[in-house]
Design a binder for this molecule. Structure first.
Ligand code: HSE
Length: 397
C-alpha cells in the first residue's frame, strides 16, 4: 500500500522514520507493507535521502491512484484543509496531527470522509503519543463522560516544571522547549493556551458528538505566572499546571483553559516535563488517567502511524463515529464554581471580610499576602475582588 506525507517538518520526518525503521512490524500487522511514495514539501532537501520522494504539487498525489494513505503534518488550517479535502474526495484515507485543522474543520472533514467511504483519523492531534481519541471513541462509550481534566500542552508543562525545579527564566526555558521540537512555530499558541484550548475542544466535541468551538472557551496561558506564584504553590503543597477542562452540566458543558493549583491528591500533580495526561471521569468508570509523551517528533509520529495501520486495515470501509457540525452553546463560565488563591495588598482581616472564611499564607513576598477562598462562582469572585486590592489570582482544581 502506497503512502504520501504532506509536510516534512518535525512530525512528518518522524512519520517517515517510523515507516522505514518499523517496516517489519507494520507489514506484519497490516498484512502488506506500507511504502512511502511521496513527500510533499516546499523544500528540496538537497543531499538528504528523502530528496527522491519530494514533490511540490499536492495534485501529483491527488492524481496518483496508487496512493491510498496520506499523512498531513503541515500544520495550520490552510492550505492543509484544501489538500486534505482533495485527498478524501479522491478516495484516499488521511491521518493528521494538525489540531488547528481538526478543531476548526474536523466535523466537515469527517463528513467528507464518510461520503467518500474513506477515513479521516486524528489520534496525534491531542496528547501527542497518548492514545486518547480512540479511547473516547471506542472504549469509554458505555459511560456518560462527566469531566476531562488535561495537561494537553507539552511546551508549557516543560516550562512550568523547569521554572519550579530550577528557577529557570521564562524566555530561556521557552527557547529550550523550541529547540527540543515541542513548541509550535509561533509559540504564542502554547504559552497563551490556544493550543490546549483547541485540544480540549476536540475532546469535548467527541464526547458531545457535536461541534465545540475553541474560540468559545475562556483561555488563559502561563505568561503571567511568576516565581512568587511558584513559591506560594509550594507553601500550599500544590503545583501550578496549565489545565484544559471540560465539565458536563445538564445538557451542555463548561470548558476552560487556565493555570490551576493542583494538590497532591490529584493524579495530575506528578505530571512533569513534556509529559501530558488526560484525566477522564465517567459516571460508571470513575477516574481513568492516560499519561505519556505529549509532544515531539517520534511520540506524535507514533500516533500518526498507528492511524495509518488502522486505516490500512480498514481500507475498504469508513469507520463511523459522530461529530456533528451543529455547534454547542457552552455554559456561562461565570457560573462555574472554584476556590481561588489570591495575592493581595490587603490584610487577612480585610480579605476575610470580603471573601468570607479562607486560609492566609504569608512570608513569600513583602507587602502582600496569599489567601485561599472558599468555593464560589466566578461572578461572585470577580465582584468581591473589586474590593480586595488583589495583585493576581489562580483557581484551584
Ligand atoms: N506545541 C504542542 C505542545 C505540540 O507543546 O504540546 C504537540 O501538540
Amino acid at each position: 500500500m502506497k503512502a504520501a506525507i504532506m509536510g516534512y517538518g518535525t512530525i512528518g520526518s518522524g512519520v517517515a522514520k517510523i515507516l522505514f525503521e518499523n517496516s517489519d512490524v507494520i507489514t506484519r500487522r497490516v498484512g502488506e507493507p506500507i511504502e512511502l511514495k511521496y513527500v510533499l514539501d516546499l523544500r528540496n532537501f538537497e543531499g538528504d535521502p528523502i530528496q527522491s520522494y519530494i514533490v511540490h504539487d499536492y495534485k501529483e498525489i491527488v492524481n496518483d491512484p496508487e496512493i491510498k494513505l496520506v499523512v498531513e503534518t503541515m500544520g495550520g488550517v490552510e492550505p492543509a484543509f484544501t489538500f486534505v479535502k482533495a485527498m478524501l474526495e479522491s478516495g484516499k484515507h488521511v491521518a493528521t496531527s494538525n489540531k488547528n485543522l481538526v478543531a476548526e474543520k474536523g466535523a466537515e472533514l469527517i463528513a467528507i470522509a464518510k461520503e467518500n467511504h474513506v477515513n479521516f483519523f486524528f489520534e496525534a492531534s491531542v496528547g501527542g503519543g497518548i492514545p486518547i481519541i480512540r479511547t473516547l471513541l471506542k472504549c469509554t462509550t458505555g459511560d456518560v463522560i462527566e469531566h476531562i481534566y488535561g495537561i494537553l500542552n507539552g511546551t508549557t508543562n516543560y516550562m512550568l516544571t523547569k521554572m519550579r525545579e530550577d528557577g529557570a527564566d521564562f524566555d530561556d526555558v521557552l527557547k529550550e522547549a523550541q529547540d527540543k521540537g515541542y513548541a509550535e512555530k509561533d509559540p504564542t499558541a502554547d504559552i497563551e493556551g490556544l493550543d490546549p484550548a483547541r485540544k480540549i475542544a476536540i475532546l469535548a466535541s467527541l464526547v458531545a458528538e457535536r461541534q465545540v468551538d475553541f474560540q468559545d472557551i475562556p483561555t488563559e496561558g502561563i505568561t503571567k505566572i511568576t516565581p512568587a506564584d511558584m513559591q506560594y504553590a509550594d507553601k500550599l503543597g500544590m503545583k501550578i499546571k496549565l489545565v484544559a477542562s471540560m465539565d458536563e452540566s445538564g445538557d451542555s458543558y463548561y470548558a476552560r483553559v487556565a493555570p490551576f493549583l493542583v494538590d497532591k491528591e490529584s493524579p495530575l500533580y506528578t505530571v512533569e516535563d513534556v509529559y501530558n495526561a488526560i484525566l477522564v471521569h465517567g459516571n460508571m468508570l470513575g477516574d481513568a488517567m492516560f499519561y505519556g509523551s505529549g509532544a515531539g517528533s517520534l511520540p506524535t509520529a507514533s500516533a500518526v502511524v498507528g492511524d495509518l495501520v488502522e486505516m490500512a486495515k480498514h481500507v475498504m470501509r469508513h469507520v463511523d463515529f459522530t461529530w456533528e457540525p451543529e455547534k454547542i452553546t457552552l455554559k456561562d463560565p461565570d457560573t462555574q464554581e472554584y476556590k481561588y488563591f489570591v495575592r493581595s495588598k490587603a490584610s487577612e482581616a480585610e480579605l476575610k471580610n470580603v471573601y468570607g472564611d479562607g486560609e492566609a499564607i504569608s512570608g513569600v513576598a513583602d507587602g502582600e499576602i496569599g489567601f485561599v477562598t472558599e468555593k464560589m462562582s466566578e461572578k461572585d469572585f470577580k465582584e468581591k475582588s473589586t474590593k480586595a486590592d488583589i495583585i493576581s489570582f489562580i483557581r484551584l482544581l
